[in-house]
Design a protein around this ligand. Sequence first.
Ligand code: HEC
Length: 172
Amino acid sequence: MTAAHANESRPRRPEMTYAFWGAVALAVLLLVGTLVSAIRNSPVSLADPENTAQVALGRAVYATHCAACHGVRLEGQPSWRDRLANGRMPAPPHDATGHTWHHPDGVLFGIAKEGLVPGKYAPRGYQSDMPAFGGALRDEEIWAVLAYIKSTWPARELAHQREVDRQSRTRR
Ligand code: HEC
């Protein structure tokens, strides 16, 4: 290498390197942020009434774990609007005559997994006979039950719940 060549290769300026890697880090952060918010606001529900495999699993889970209280045909307990002698509420229907379809997916999933947690899904001090299934069922099984329940709703209730669910996602 001649002396002339050595003079041509300019030393790298460290501040340029910092700026470069800073820009790379920023770009990665922006990309991750965009992806996370895209997934969170995704209109796609994890409980899909048109997914026949998921609905079939959900039907079996429902029969084993939910039907005893919510009814074999999702009709709920008799006189489900009237308080029981113990002061608690009977199990409501999950069909179109109940109010399951008034709630977004996240709330239904939470109630099924954790029960009607007072201060979260119910008023403070609320007592309920709805069990928490977090120990007995995997998350996929809970989503499957919800898919099955949805698959029984007429178009109007299905569309209403989809809209309620969509709004709950974009509000976060
Ligand atoms: C031991 C009886 C019992 C079983 C079994 C049971 N539930 Fe419930 N569930 C209830 C009762 C009672 C309520 C109403 C509680 C209240 O209002 O205090 C309820 C309420 C709910 C609600 C809230 C509905 C609404 O519109 O607010 C959901 C969702 C629900 N149950 C899902 C399920 C699912 C899914 C299963 C099966 C995995 C299941 N439950 C099994 C008794 C039961």
